[in-house]
Design a protein around this ligand. Structure first.
Ligand code: SF4
Length: 85
């Protein structure tokens, strides 16, 4: 599986998820050059180990498992992966 950040992140980019991810799968981090340029953060599906830590700290409730992404956020699955290709 993997976890996915949806567009509910847009306007917040709180980045609490970046701090708690044990495998550094969420980018860009606030200290990264790309942080200001993106509208939201993304999870690398190749690195995510499904620990659930990011989902629980997100104040926007923007993070879902790939299997539970709401239908109106389905494009987020592809967009998270595309950020890393
Ligand atoms: S579920 Fe865990 S490993 Fe996957 S992105 Fe979130 S914090 Fe990182």
């Amino acid at each position: 599986m993997t976890y996915v950040i949806t567009t509910l992140c847009i306007g917040s980019k709180d980045a609490s998820c970046v701090e708690v991810c044990p495998v550094d799968a969420i980018h860009p981090a606030p200290e990264d050059e790309a942080f200001e340029a993106v509208e939201q953060l993304f999870i690398d599906p190749r690195l995510c180990i499904d620990c659930d830590a990011c989902r629980t700290v997100c104040p926007m409730e923007a993070i879902y498992t790939k299997a539970t992404v709401p239908p109106d956020q389905a494009a987020s699955v592809r967009e998270n992966a595309a950020f890393y290709t």
